[in-house]
Design a protein around this ligand. Sequence first.
Ligand SMILES: Cc1cc2nc3c(=O)[nH]c(=O)nc-3n(C[C@H](O)[C@H](O)[C@H](O)COP(=O)(O)OP(=O)(O)OC[C@H]3O[C@@H](n4cnc5c(N)ncnc54)[C@H](O)[C@@H]3O)c2cc1C
Length: 437
Amino acid sequence: MNDTVDAVVIGAGVIGSSVALELARGGRKVVVVDKGPSAGAGSTSSSVSIIRFSYSTLDSVLTAWEAAVMWHDWEGHLGVVDPDGMARFVRTGMCIFETPGDGSERIKQLWDDVGIKYTVVSPAGLHDLLPGVDLGCYYPPKLIDDPEFGEDAATELSAILEPESGFIDDPMLAARNLAFAARLHGAQFRFREQVVSIDRRTELGSERVGGVVLASGEVINAPVVVNVGGPHSSLINRMAGVADGMRIRNRPLRQEVFTVTAPSGLRLEDGLPAVTDLDIGQYIRPHIGGTWLVGGTEPECDELHWIDDPDHYEANPTVEQFEVSMMRLARRVPVLGVPHRPVGLAALYDVADDWVPIYDKSDLPGYFMACGTSGNQFKNAPIVGKFMRDIIDAEASGHDHDHHPVQFHGPRTGREINLAAFSRLREKSHTSGTVMG
Ligand SMILES: Cc1cc2nc3c(=O)[nH]c(=O)nc-3n(C[C@H](O)[C@H](O)[C@H](O)COP(=O)(O)OP(=O)(O)OC[C@H]3O[C@@H](n4cnc5c(N)ncnc54)[C@H](O)[C@@H]3O)c2cc1C
């Protein structure tokens, strides 16, 4: 059976489902194809789903700040209540320890520019906010066999505290909510179907995308194909033959996230903010039920585990990484009860060369991509659907996004977000070069 639709979205993660919603809202007949069992079952299901605004570029800060209000009014954003339950935003605030190389001066400048409120908290103030936490400055993060690992700290850390950050309580449910809303606008979701090739056709003497071919042999014809394949997206770009036309590339990176019991006084219920701690190379995200999610911030001493085949990687956390993370964390939080065995998960980021996502067209007319989300774009999913729709609409009306970049008008700030910031052809952005973006 061959079908013809207006757009095929490859991938039903939180971003693919958002793209599908916005394209369907715009009147397109949309089919979403996902090789997994349901919306959000890919890397979205492992997300720590922190909503924060601490990025190193203006367009990234504006994007996250604009997207946050969509999470605050999730029902308003979706236009419907999903009877299977709605994802919720939980406000915690974000505490960023000030340490060398943390980019906090740049972040404060950008927040002043955008109007994001924050306070600078002295070590004395932090002792009240974070009872039992050791505020020693241990920078740079070290491996545990480094002779300097156990050295005492000479000074204490201050921090910036931003009150509007938080997290989404169930990242997979957020994707399912977006898929539910997209279906109401006519989008069709086809699960357990894999795209195995991208069809090209010639029109008026030049090549453009023609659709996708599924593993079953079925062809879905479409003038628009959007690659939102998460950690598989670089493979899909290669399949489409567009990778060589990209100055910024992306590839999967394996990451581990651990769950630990939150010490008394430092639980979500006690008012603990999310904590970015580049001083020891870790972040903490308080979670419902008296636990923390703990992940790494790619300090220089840690090896990065790039993955060639995203279908084959070690999906369990390793004892080695667990020990490093827990030893670092135990320096910061001496009262922490460290579990005996790793509890957590391993998952894949889809990392762009400069850790800024790629939301763009490609050299193949009609083929678009929302990829390279670099472990930090869950928060932007609702707005990225709108970005992609604007780029796709502009191209369909003869506009060339490469030469005249689409500007997205942010309703919260009234400011324009220059979507050239997410172009595959950009020069590398000046960022932290880590998940912090
Ligand atoms: C451990 C971890 C922690 C994170 N923490 C945060 C955080 O705190 N805050 C934040 O903002 N972001 C975070 N992120 C990043 C964020 O979760 C991702 O950017 C986001 O979920 C990506 O969504 P997606 O829709 O692009 O991709 P995915 O959810 O990976 O979806 C891609 C889909 O494509 C499908 N697919 C792939 N290839 C094919 C094919 N050939 N045919 C058909 N289907 C295909 C897959 O089955 C999958 O369902 C984190 C990510 C990870 C892994």
